[in-house]
Design a protein around this ligand. Structure first.
Ligand code: KIV
Ligand code: ZN
Length: 520
């Protein structure tokens, strides 16, 4: 029985989100994010693409074994081998789901070179096969929004008859506008026999900035599952952002009377974790979770806020789990205070991790009078791991009007200390050259980004560095009151992550190496 007021939230951060170049997460990070999604009340977690790599298979299987509440879903192309592998991974879950798909638009049909009838046959066979394995089967006509309507109705009917319980309508290239999005769902509900017995899902990409609007428009027309990712993570411009649809349905319940099962007070915590582990920082003015989403700087706004918060605020910071106070910590704060503060910020650290952060916190508090929430978050994000092959020991940089700028760097590489002196075009250039001189690497620098964590000249700088090598992408981050040192640590962090990726993935064996077009 379908509850007409309830919208299911299907999170695909670990599958479509992780497909974003550079957003690769480690196994443990995936398990952690799945746990947070489950705790916050997401209905379905798409945990990965099991055939894509051994790593994806293991992550999906383990998430299936560990997760308590949510349905665990895996992705499979329209062939028996993918579907069997997917079932192998998800079958351990209390509630497993197989999600199989094929591109149905003219452009996508041309790739496996199937005509309309051949593709219809393939859909019938693969959905039936999935349904023989699992009671819960989702089917997606990829690029549905650019598929001829008559053909879309025909294949959706075939998938329903073959046993699909959810039909997902992807706007794969983010081409649709809101009115089209609702018209399409309405048309399918009206024309396809059996459409009232299944759930329609909406899966939107944000290429034209309309993903959230399109998802909500589809819900108004009768879709009852929204596919989304935390922070809108995803390929190109990303997917529908979970936090946006959940909060839109909550704040505008007056005109969109639908419920989700998500505890919105968990949003900020998971948003921060996903930003950290994916290496994709959230833009400052991002709806709901951006640093400025609840900041009121202009005099008129601040005055209004002090008199009545509702003048300029349509939701409260606490609705998404932001604490109202930004309690300042200082050099006299102890370990217990730090633990409790980090817990408020959503970080549950093991004792050894806390010890590590405490040492860095004391060091920062010696250099900086007041340590704010954002400073602490930046400290926790410095994910130097014991197994890192490269570690910075000392760095001394000379810069200023009299060139050349120089860097003297000592690093520990695979346990051995090495030192170098380099000149460069500015202090950061000299430092990066020094790292490369000690550890030659042909990776290309794709992104170098510096942000101040808080105000003031003693603010910490957070630096993100993205490297690319033979199609593998790794992002490193670090923070320090010394911008050049933060840059060096972020660069070394990116190299360490790249080395892990090198080891884990033979070229072509990971998610990015699997062609979605290869449905055969
Ligand atoms: O965007 C898309 O079409 C997808 C499918 C695999 C569902 O992510
Ligand atoms: Zn997608």
């Amino acid at each position: 029985m379908i509850d007409k007021d309830r919208v299911l939230i299907f999170d695909t951060t670990l599958r479509d989100g992780e497909q974003s170049p550079g957003a690769t997460m480690t196994h443990d990070e995936k398990i952690e994010i799945a746990g947070l999604l489950d705790e916050m009340g997401v209905d379905i977690i798409e945990a990965g693409f099991p055939i894509a790599s051994e790593g994806d298979f293991k992550a999906v299987s383990e998430i299936a074994k560990l997760t308590g509440r949510a349905t665990i879903c895996g992705l499979a192309r329209a062939n028996y081998k993918d579907i069997d592998r997917c079932w192998e991974a998800v079958r351990h879950a209390k509630s497993p789901r197989i999600h199989t798909f094929i591109g149905t638009s003219p452009l996508h049909r041309a790739i496996p070179n199937l005509d309309m009838d051949q593709m219809a046959g393939r859909i019938h066979d693969t959905v039936s096969h999935a349904r023989n394995l699992c009671d819960n089967v989702q089917w997606s006509p990829m690029d549905a929004t650019r598929t001829e309507h008559d053909y879309l109705c025909r294949v959706v009917e075939i998938a329903i008859k073959a046993g699909a319980t959810t039909i997902n309508i992807p706007d794969t290239v983010g081409y649709t506008a809101p009115r089209e999005s609702s018209d399409l769902i309405r048309m399918l509900l009206e024309r396809v026999p059996g459409a009232d017995t299944i759930i329609f899902a909406t899966h939107c990409h944000n290429d034209l900035g309309m993903a959230t609007a399109n998802a909500l428009a589809a819900v108004e027309a009768g879709a009852r599952q929204i596919e989304c990712t935390i922070n809108g993570l995803g390929e190109r411009a990303g997917n529908t952002a979970l936090e946006e649809v959940v909060m839109a349905l909550k704040v505008r319940h007056d005109i969109m009377p639908y419920r989700t099962g998500v505890d919105s007070t968990r949003i900020m915590n998971i948003s921060r974790r996903v930003a950290t582990v994916s290496g994709f920082p959230v833009q400052f003015n991002k709806a709901i979770v951006g640093k400025n989403a609840f900041a009121h700087e202009s005099g008129i706004h601040q005055d209004g806020m002090l008199k009545n918060a509702e003048t300029f605020e349509i939701m409260r910071p606490t609705d998404i789990g932001l604490s109202e106070t930004n309690l300042v910590m200082g050099k006299h704060s102890g370990r217990a205070a730090l633990r409790s503060k980090l817990r408020d910020l959503g970080f549950e650290l093991a004792d050894n991790q806390l010890n590590d952060v405490f040492v860095r916190f004391k060091d920062l508090a010696d250099r900086k009078k007041e340590v704010y929430d954002d400073d602490l978050i930046a400290l926790v994000r410095q994910n130097d791991a014991a197994e890192d092959r490269l570690k910075i020991k000392t760095l001394r940089v000379v810069c200023g009007t009299e060139g050349p700028q120089t860097a003297d760097l000592t690093m520990e590489i695979d346990g051995e200390e090495k030192t170098v002196h380099m000149t460069g075009d500015g202090p950061v250039d000299a430092t990066f050259k020094a790292v490369k001189a000690l550890f030659p690497i042909k990776a290309r620098l794709q992104l170098y980004q510096v942000n101040a964590v808080t105000e003031g000249t003693d603010a910490q700088a957070t630096v993100s560095v993205r490297l690319e090598e033979d199609g593998r992408i790794a992002t490193g981050q670090s923070a320090d009151t010394d911008t050049v040192l933060a840059s060096a640590k972020a660069y070394v962090n990116a190299i360490n992550r790249l080395l892990v990726r090198r080891e884990k993935s033979a070229p072509g064996a990971d998610t990015k190496g699997v062609s979605y077009k290869d449905a055969g």
